[in-house]
Each structure stands twice: as C-alpha cells, then as structure tokens.
Write a protein that binds this ligand. Structure first.
Ligand SMILES: Cc1ncc(COP(=O)(O)O)c(C=O)c1O
Length: 285
C-alpha cells in the first residue's frame, strides 16, 4: 500500500513529497512538531497535543498554518488515506521557505506537513519484557520544553543507546539528575512507593502521556512527587518506567547495565501500563 503525505495544501505520494531547499525547518530547525498516537482508530489526547503545539509555536513566534478545526480535518484525512488504525500521525510546522538569513523573514508563509504510519502503540510484548536504558549527559539547549525539531543531541543519545543494546537513553543534567529520555519522560518508584518524575519546567518536554498518567495516578490516590531524581536514586529505585505517545507506560528493567529491583517489570509500572492502555481506548479528548 502506498503512503500519502500532506504537504502545504496537497496530498501527495509519500515517496515523492518534498519541501523547499530553503525551508527554515531544514536549514535552522526553525520548526515545531507533534506525534499523536492513533489507537484502534482513535486519536489519543488530541486536544493536549494541539495545546502543546500552540504553546511551542507561540514560544517561537511562529504563526499557525491553519485553524485547529482545519488542522484536525487534515490529520484525520491523512490517517484515513494511510489506513492507520494503530500508529501515529506526525505533524510539523516550519517558519516556511525564505532566502537564508537568521532573523525571521518578513514574508514567509508557515509550512505544514503531515504524515501517518501504522505501528504498534503501547506494545504489550514490550511492556511484559521491559526495556534497558543507559544514561548520557544532556547536551540539549535550555528550552527542551518547546517541541522543536532541533533534535541532534537526542539523535546522538539514542544512537549511544543502540550501540549499548538499550532501548532509550536517559539524559542527565549538570547536577547528576535525570531530565528525560530522548523521546520519552522518565519515572521511578522509590522504596516508600512514591512515583517520582521530574517537574515540567523548561528542562523537559511536558509529555502528553506524562499528563495523562498523572491524571490516572491522582485518580488512583497514588503518591506522585514531581521533582528531579538522580541517576543513583534511579539505579536504587524499586521500579522505573518511561512514558511516551508510542510506548504508553513502559517498564525499565535495567539502567546502565544494572538491574532495577529484581530486573523484571515492576508491579506498579505494569498496573499503570494497563491503566494507560485503558485510558487510550477511551479515545479522543
Ligand atoms: C524529549 C521528549 N520527552 C518526552 C516525550 C514524550 O512526550 P509524549 O508523551 O507527548 O509523546 C517525547 C516525545 O516524543 C520527547 O521527544
């Protein structure tokens, strides 16, 4: 089946879709994006993704390529044309094409591209096994809360994880505290049963899955603490897990080669993973 991409007003064959060579997303990473999970044909937490897109855009003074209502139509049409029931829809807004100059161009129109593809979402087999992570220095700029395509440090860190046969790299700040994964948020469960994740300030992306899980944790009456935690605290934790739109809640069973707890997915992480899968099934919010 051939894939279809939306590019600035047109649905085109994915393989021949192009943006201009002077698109500022290409030249300066002057661009923001979102990845929304599609689960059983439903958009998961679409409103939160669109709110975060707006926040990212506004932080960069990037104007909207179209209204939210029109954008939702394009997202649905792209998903429909690609026959995605379980997978992701990816959207990217750039400041558009203009002669190369650092300052904002006077007259560029924002570019919008949308793609969709089928893939496993919150894969139960992976959740059952759990995954390994490594830790690496956080080399990113000081605003990773803005979901920009300036992702080179994330790319390099994920490649380090790959070399180490790990699933994800947890990035570590100058104080030895974990910020987040390359494309996921990081969590631990400590010895007294508190669920700990870093507070959503400028140092991390405030994951939509993170927000959904916080709702679940609060509804369940579990103890949530939003604060930095160190690599040594993570290594000594009872449980660890990561969250993202594609993974849902995914247990972490090894950190830098050492077992977390007994080296198997923690019971709370598994419970939260199941609760998050149910939450996804509730569909668009
Ligand atoms: C750096 C980073 N942190 C966290 C996340 C998780 O965000 P979400 O739950 O919205 O997918 C992502 C997602 O790609 C990410 O790139």
């Amino acid at each position: 089946m051939s894939r279809v991409a939306y590019v600035n007003g047109r649905y085109l064959p994915h393989r021949s879709s192009r943006v201009h060579i002077e698109d500022r997303g290409f030249q300066f990473a002057d661009s923001v994006y979102e990845v929304i999970a599609i689960r059983a044909g439903q958009f998961v937490d679409e409103e939160r993704h669109l709110a975060r897109l707006k926040r990212s855009r506004e932080a960069l003074e990037l104007s909207a390529p179209m209204s939210d209502a029109a954008l939702k139509t394009v997202l649905r049409e792209t998903v429909r044309r690609n026959h995605v029931a379980d997978g992701i829809v990816y959207l990217q807004v750039t400041r558009g094409a203009a002669p190369r100059e650092f300052a904002f161009p006077k007259r560029a129109r924002p570019s919008l591209i949308v793609t969709a593809r089928a893939q496993a979402i919150a894969d139960p087999a992976l959740i059952e096994r759990g995954v390994a992570v490594i830790t690496v220095p956080d080399l990113r700029w000081k605003r990773p809360d803005i979901k920009s395509v300036s992702l080179l440090p994330n790319v390099l860190a994920k490649q380090q994880a790959k070399y180490a046969d790990a699933y994800e790299a947890w990035q570590v700040d100058a104080y030895g505290n974990v910020t987040e994964g390359t494309s996921s948020n990081a969590w631990v469960v400590n010895g007294v049963g508190e669920v700990v994740t870093r507070q959503a300030d400028h140092s991390i992306l405030n994951g939509v899955t993170r927000l959904g899980l916080i709702d679940i944790i609060e509804r369940a009456g579990l103890r949530l603490v939003e604060r930095p935690f160190s690599v040594s605290e993570a290594r000594a934790a009872r449980e660890a897990f990561l969250t993202s739109s594609t993974n849902g809640v995914l247990p972490v069973v090894r950190i830098d080669g050492g077992a977390v707890g007994d080296g198997r997915p923690g019971s709370l992480a598994v419970t939260l993973a199941a609760a998050y899968r149910r939450y996804m099934a509730e569909g668009t919010r």
